[in-house]
Design a binder for this molecule. Structure first.
Ligand SMILES: Cc1cc2nc3c(=O)[nH]c(=O)nc-3n(C[C@H](O)[C@H](O)[C@H](O)COP(=O)(O)OP(=O)(O)OC[C@H]3O[C@@H](n4cnc5c(N)ncnc54)[C@H](O)[C@@H]3O)c2cc1C
Length: 417
């Protein structure tokens, strides 16, 4: 068992970026503990042909350290694929490519311990990481990079099982599903849309797509929408009172939690092709439907939905519940949990440098990545500002400006000084 300066729990993009930039600050002093058996990025959601929602420039390191050895460009050039990718002229690159980039970077980092499911983090003069009853590492500082897990609201969670399942299970379930039987996708976000596209591609002809929003809304990837995804805006947010900040961030939801226009076009075009082939549209869209209850029986399941003009029932063989994600619960020992401050909503209090407020001795800090949507904005759950967040954490940990975060050329004024 080894003692580290810093341990990151989870080896998703958040902590990979941190570990990559740690190389310049304190080589060999960070370890990442990861429950998966090897490098993987949302592997169960790598459905056919899925694309990134963000530019390939938004890699683990470049916006802070463009000469870093783990840049996406270095990956493309050294794997011999740069020209192929360039000439394929993707608007957004395949998600498979980004997943392979993360694998490539993970293999080069050499600080990741796989097959290590941390079930308890305790503190006794230092952080101790427990897996299967053993302490596998200790550290001075802790960085939580646990990501999220699929979520079903309580009114739908009861039907999860044979008849209803999360999109993560879709690929494994497909061989047992009959494409001629009716199937629903519940959820009007990107994962719901990708599930619909997958079913279309697999020849399903009776797909019902239900979403809460008034229409299946595209992501706002416009220049002003993207202005929320930059260090200058995150800095601005830090000085805004909490309640106002919450409202502002909630108003930005369509810049992140919505469907890429390319995916919507692909669905509408495949649906039209399907109509020409079969005489009927394989996908029926049901916008503005709130699925309020569901029950499953031996033959199928029934979804009860509320629309602006009344209640309706949808009888199906199966349903894919693409009803969102929620943060993974940190496996903190109760004593350690007690010492961490929560806000009025019971959420972790994340400071502007991503540290948590906790009652611990000097020299031992806790940081949480991808847990501060309401303090740092929508990009916190996104790849855009990964290196900026990592640089902020490292500068704070080492109490000096190891990385300079530059974003001074801004034409938007969110407040007048
Ligand atoms: C399908 C999908 C596609 C996305 N595409 C984009 C995109 O194109 N652009 C964009 O900006 N954002 C995208 N996002 C949003 C976001 O960028 C990703 O979810 C990203 O993976 C978040 O990184 P993370 O490291 O915080 O979490 P994760 O990637 O979820 O990584 C967390 C890691 O922690 C591990 N872990 C959790 N608990 C433990 C434990 N107790 N012990 C050990 N290990 C543990 C998990 O196994 C996992 O590997 C996407 C999200 C999804 C779900």
């Amino acid at each position: 068992m080894h003692h580290y300066h810093t341990v990151g729990v989870g080896a998703g993009p958040a902590n990979l970026s941190l570990a990559a930039l740690f190389e310049s600050a304190a080589p060999h002093q960070i370890a990442l503990l990861e429950r998966r058996p090897g490098p993987a990025w949302h592997p169960d959601l790598l459905l056919s042909g899925v694309r990134m929602q963000t530019s390939w420039l938004k890699d683990l390191v470049s916006f802070v350290d463009p000469c870093h050895r783990l840049s996406f460009l270095n990956y493309m050039v050294t794997t011999g694929r740069a020209w192929g990718l360039l000439n394929a002229q993707f608007d957004f690159i395949p998600r498979q490519e980004y997943a392979q980039y993360l694998r490539w970077a993970s293999e080069r980092l050499g600080c990741i311990q796989y097959d290590t499911d941390i079930d308890r983090i305790s503190f006794d003069g230092g952080f101790a990481y427990h897996a299967g009853g053993e302490v596998v590492a200790t550290s001075d500082h802790l960085v939580l990079g646990l990501g999220s897990k699929p979520y079903a609201p309580p009114e739908l969670a009861g039907v999860l099982g044979d008849r209803a399942f999360f999109p993560e299970e879709l690929t494994a379930r497909l061989p047992q599903l009959d494409p001629a039987e009716p199937i629903a996708v519940v959820g009007g976000g990107q994962t719901g849309a990708e599930s619909v596209l997958e079913l279309l591609g697999r020849g399903f002809t009776r797909i019902s797509w239900l979403g809460r929003r008034p229409w299946f809304q595209p992501m706002d990837d416009s220049p002003p929408g993207n202005d929320f995804y930059r260090p200058a805006y995150v800095r601005f947010l830090q000085d805004v009172p909490q309640e106002t900040r919450r409202r502002l961030v909630d108003d930005h939801v369509l810049t992140g939690d919505a469907i890429t226009p390319g995916t919507l076009r692909a669905i509408f075009q495949a649906n039209y092709d399907g109509m020409l082939r079969h005489g009927e549209y394989p996908v029926t869209l049901y916008p503005e439907r709130d699925v309020v209850t569901a029950e499953a029986d031996g033959d199928g399941l029934t979804l009860h939905a509320v629309s602006p003009v009344g209640r309706e029932e949808h009888r199906l063989a199966h349903a894919v519940l693409a009803t969102g994600r929620q943060p993974a619960e940190p496996p903190l020992d109760p004593e350690l949990r007690e010492r961490i401050e929560l806000d009025d909503a019971g959420e972790l209090m994340v400071e502007s440098d991503y540290s948590l407020r906790w009652k611990g001795p000097d020299g031992h800090r806790i940081f949480a990545l991808n847990r501060s949507r309401h303090t740092h904005g929508i990009p916190d759950a996104n790849l855009t500002l990964l290196p900026v967040r990592s640089a902020t954490v490292i500068n704070s940990l080492f109490e000096r400006e190891i990385f300079t975060i530059r974003d001074t050329s801004v034409s938007t004024r969110w407040k007048v000084a």
